[in-house]
Design a protein around this ligand. Structure first.
Ligand SMILES: NC(=O)c1ccc[n+]([C@@H]2O[C@H](COP(=O)([O-])OP(=O)(O)OC[C@H]3O[C@@H](n4cnc5c(N)ncnc54)[C@H](OP(=O)(O)O)[C@@H]3O)[C@@H](O)[C@H]2O)c1
Length: 240
């Protein structure tokens, strides 16, 4: 496979939703603990999230003053990916799908206030479209944050994944939401396995499903277990 194996690892409600207030309610607390435990057990090379999830979980809406950074030219050369030396990066990756460079990072590695080893210290990689302010590239370079281009106006999932494999050597990555980025991966045929931790709760209004705008796709049940009263389902993609 010329891309990493993708395991979509998510907390879901009984009714298959993955976003919204239910995630922060009492009914979801145990499922969240179990989710983090499994996260570590899956032993992937890193995790992928959409821009909205990265903002909510890690950057908190911070954005740098781009006027302080040089523009990395938008000529032919501008489309070159930026890859710091291997020895300057950690080998567990936090991959941000950030079409227009809207995420403001304050360090090149994830700082998780909970010190969760599932995330803390992960090397950030920005996946961008070419529709990005050249000064944002200057900012990423100054921060030592690697970036790769994967499309002109939008990010092509398979282009991004093949670069994550060939440049960073990622063999397995966790896809950890939210709904919109999961949907883009599912429609691109880039979800190989599901790891669903089902909280015993029903989501409220304005919650989105596991895959936003999904296509029909069959999976095979690999295991069904419980841990602390929480259901954990593993599915693999049915071979085509
Ligand atoms: N249940 C769980 O286990 C779990 C896990 C993680 C997150 N969440 C929840 O998920 C919520 C956010 O989910 P969300 O669905 O709103 O957003 P999301 O999937 O986190 O992020 C979507 C964004 O990703 C960017 N993106 C980059 N490439 C893309 C592509 N090829 N296709 C589509 N989008 C692409 C776009 O950013 P631009 O708009 O900048 O173009 C898009 O708006 C959070 O509030 C969090 O609570 C739940």
């Amino acid at each position: 496979m010329n891309r990493p194996y993708i395991i979509c690892h998510m907390v879901t409600s009984i009714d298959g939703k993955v976003t919204g207030d239910f995630l922060f309610g009492k009914g979801c607390a145990l499922a969240t603990d179990v989710y983090y435990r499994i996260n570590r057990r899956l032993k992937a090379d890193g995790f992928i999230c959409g821009r909205v999830t990265m903002e909510g979980s890690f950057t908190g809406g911070y954005y740098p003053d781009l006027s302080k950074y040089p523009t990395v030219s938008h000529g032919a050369e501008a489309k070159a990916d930026f890859i710091p030396k291997k020895e300057d990066m950690s080998n567990f990756y936090a991959v941000a799908f950030d079409t227009n460079g809207r995420l403001g990072w304050q360090s090149a590695r994830i700082i998780d206030p909970d010190g969760d080893i599932g995330y803390d210290g992960a090397q950030i990689i920005e996946v961008l479209s070419e529709d990005v302010d050249g000064r944002y590239l200057g900012y990423l370079q100054a921060m030592g944050i690697p970036y790769i281009f994967a499309g002109e106006k939008a990010i092509d999932v398979n282009t991004a994944l093949s670069k994550l494999k060939s440049i960073f050597g990622c063999d397995t990555l966790l896809l950890e939401g939210g709904s919109i980025i999961n949907g883009a991966f599912q429609r691109a045929g880039a979800v190989d396995e599901l790891s669903l931790v089902t909280a015993p709760t029903v989501a409220g209004e304005n919650s989105s499903p596991l895959f936003y705008h999904s296509d029909i796709m069959d999976f095979e049940l690999k295991s069904a277990e419980t841990e602390d009263g929480v259901l954990i389902l593993r599915y693999t993609r049915k071979s085509l």
